[in-house]
Design a binder for this molecule. Structure first.
Ligand SMILES: [Zn+2]
Ligand SMILES: [Zn+2]
Length: 357
């Protein structure tokens, strides 16, 4: 039996188009002890492939982290299947704020060491001693408290296009980096301040809150279900939305609009813009923010170098990128040498010290 994705993204997109059915994008995670991740992975793949599920799912001994889409009319079948698995019974599914049938174009179920690349050595602290989970209403109350420090646990390229008002947004490329920065900046306040944290769907805060408690922070809170669940509760309970801009997501949609504010700038000209794009040069593929005007002027490229390269015949381009990998660099968009405007901006946006911490 074929237990791997068979179709290319293009073929899949054509099929989705042809089917003309609404698809639902959602995410969920669960920390649980999985003895045989490979076997569990194969079982999931067989069932989900039949249900026409697409997405990126990580499975490890520590649990499962899934972001996926499926035909809306298969939702009940999908839910029923989850309910047959002990640790996924009645799990909260984070339904995407903005739907798009093309959010995922492949089904990738991967076995990993961890379900989030958090860079932490879990043996050194009690991962089950987590912060207090709070819903949107309590969260809104807490972040208005003068005694609260609100911290964004995501990376710079995520908070750049959207974050909670007054949040500290560490200028980091990785989760691991942000932990030390936050600890150092708040070391005087481990006992007297409320440390309130949030991330996209809640998963990063599960480890971060336990880590900070281990480091001596006394009052640690985390937004349950992250920005996605917050947005749902705000609508459902008619609460004030305190999130400004867009929620960055790791699928083809790239972001979902939470408020109408545009808080970022084009990395090339500085005009207000919060639309991410990948550099058209396949050897570069840098993910960065580009306005329509620059897109046209630069032929969808991040730099004049890349623009020159894509003007070359395809065979020459291929020869140029032989042996070069780009996968590690594409998210470092704010740090690229190719984006002089963005580099200047970083100094101003280094908001850590100036915040109320
Ligand atoms: Zn521009
Ligand atoms: Zn480029």
């Amino acid at each position: 039996m074929q237990l791997y994705n068979k179709l290319s993204a293009k073929e899949r997109a054509a099929l989705i188009e042809e089917a003309g059915k609404d698809r639902l994008t959602l995410s969920f995670y669960q920390y649980a002890k999985i003895e045989n991740p490979q076997e569990f992975r194969d079982q999931l793949f067989i069932v989900w492939d039949k249900l026409d599920v697409l997405g990126r799912i990580y499975i490890a001994n520590e649990g499962i982290n899934g972001q996926l889409s499926l035909p809306a009319d298969r939702f009940n079948a999908f839910k029923t299947h989850l309910d047959t698995i002990d640790f996924l019974k009645d799990i909260r599914l984070n339904i995407a704020v903005e739907q798009d049938n093309m959010s995922f174009l492949k089904l990738k179920v991967k076995v990993r060491k961890k379900i989030v690349a958090d860079g932490l050595n879990d043996e050194t602290f009690d991962v089950t001693n987590k912060g207090v989970h709070v819903g949107a209403e309590k969260f809104n109350e807490l972040i208005e408290d003068d005694n609260t420090v609100l911290v964004d646990m995501r990376n710079h390229y995520e908070s750049e296009i959207g974050h909670f008002k007054n949040a500290v947004t560490p200028d980091v490329d990785t989760f691991r980096e942000s932990l030390d920065i936050i600890e150092d900046d708040l070391k005087e306040h481990k006992e007297d301040k409320n440390l309130v944290m949030y991330c996209t769907g809640g998963i990063r805060c599960e480890k971060a809150s336990a880590y900070f408690k281990h480091k001596g922070f006394k009052n640690v809170f985390q937004l349950e279900g992250g920005i996605i669940e917050y947005t749902r509760q705000v609508k459902e309970q008619d609460l004030e939305n305190k999130f400004i801009g867009k929620n960055f997501v790791f699928d083809e949609r790239r972001a979902e609009k939470i408020s109408d504010d545009v808080i970022a700038q084009c990395h090339q000209c500085g005009a207000p813009c919060d639309v991410h794009t990948n550099c058209a040069n396949d050897a570069c593929h840098l993910l960065f923010i580009q306005c329509d005007k620059c897109k046209a002027e630069m032929d969808n490229c991040c730099s004049s170098t890349c623009k020159e390269i894509i003007a070359l015949p395809y065979e020459e381009q291929k020869a140029l990128r032989k042996g070069q990998g780009n996968s590690n660099d594409i998210f470092k968009k704010g740090r690229s040498e190719n984006l002089p405007f963005k580099k200047d901006l970083r100094n101003i946006s280094d908001n850590f010290k100036s915040n109320k911490a």
